[in-house]
Design a protein around this ligand. Structure first.
Ligand code: COA
Length: 260
């Protein structure tokens, strides 16, 4: 895959996407958003890809936000289109049925934190700073941040961060449940990729079912969500991987999942 603002590298079944505009701290301009759409559409349709890691180029930023120079020159109608397109990207990532992990190697601000929040899991370098500072520009998060931050950190913490616009450090982000772990600077991509490689060995249908149930369940009644869980459970029981997983357990060996 050839992109202007992304690099894509494969490590076995794991695709690593690096947002590559380091001189602009990897800010998301329109082109980068379109390229990310394209990349994730490809990963979704490629059975060889079992997990995805997202990171930023350079050692300073994951993504320092949507590109402010493009925001400034928009009409309100263009701004609506920009917000919707960004939201569609985040939803595309969130509804991926293979794990997507953010390796937050520096600033994750505005659209950068929104991108990380759309990923299923997040690890941060210990010098990373995470925040939704849009209010300082006289705007609000427009790629889902007003909703997703509250869902992981709680409404009070999210309001604190959005209304004051002040970023938090990685340790605070971990305490608030925004990231799952903090790693020494320079090691976060290895940590995220290592975990992605481990997840890539799991049974793909079961992985997909867990991601679908946790994504869709919260918008359903508990009874509907439990029925959804049952349906996916039953579907997993129709796979060769279920037979392999249970046989491997009983034969005291490691399972070899094939995705069938
Ligand atoms: N959009 C466009 N350009 C951005 C950007 C963004 N969100 N964030 C950083 N840049 C650009 C800067 O304009 C600068 O470009 P230049 O060298 O051509 O002037 C370059 O990236 C380096 O950033 P700089 O501000 O010089 O680095 P710093 O170390 O002094 O500060 C930050 C780092 C992250 C604190 C600061 O860049 C910042 O506050 N960025 C904006 C964060 C934000 O508000 N995000 C939400 C946007 S909706």
């Amino acid at each position: 895959m050839q992109f202007e603002n992304l690099q894509v590298e494969w490590r076995g079944p794991v695709a690593i996407v690096t947002i590559d505009r380091p001189d602009k701290l990897n800010a998301l301009n329109r082109r980068t958003i379109e390229e990310l759409h394209q990349a994730f559409d490809t990963f979704a349709g490629d059975d060889e890809v079992r997990a995805v890691v997202v990171t930023g180029a350079g050692d300073k930023a994951f993504v320092a936000g949507a590109d402010i120079s493009e925001i400034r020159d928009q009409t309100p109608l263009q701004a609506r289109g920009f917000s919707e397109r960004g939201q569609q990207l985040m939803r595309r990532i969130e509804t991926m049925r293979k794990p997507v992990i953010a390796a937050i190697n520096g600033f994750a601000l505005g659209g950068g934190l929104e991108l990380a929040l759309a990923c299923h899991l997040r690890y941060a370098a210990d010098s990373a700073r995470l925040g939704l500072p849009e209010i300082k520009l006289g705007i609000i998060p427009g790629f889902g941040g007003t909703q997703r931050l509250a869902r992981v950190a709680g409404k009070g913490r999210a309001l604190e961060m959005m209304l004051a616009g002040e970023p938090v450090d990685a340790e605070t982000a971990e305490r608030h449940g925004i990231v799952q772990g903090v790693v020494f600077d320079g090691l976060v991509l290895d940590r995220a990729t290592g975990f992605a490689q481990r997840l890539a060995k799991s049974a793909p249908h079961a992985t997909s079912a867990i991601l679908a149930a946790t994504d869709r369940g919260p918008d359903m009644s508990l009874d509907a969500a439990l029925a959804f869980e049952t349906a996916r459970f039953a579907l997993c029981c129709a796979t060769e991987d279920m037979r392999e997983g249970t046989a491997a357990f009983l034969e005291k060996r490691k399972p070899e999942f094939t995705g069938r």
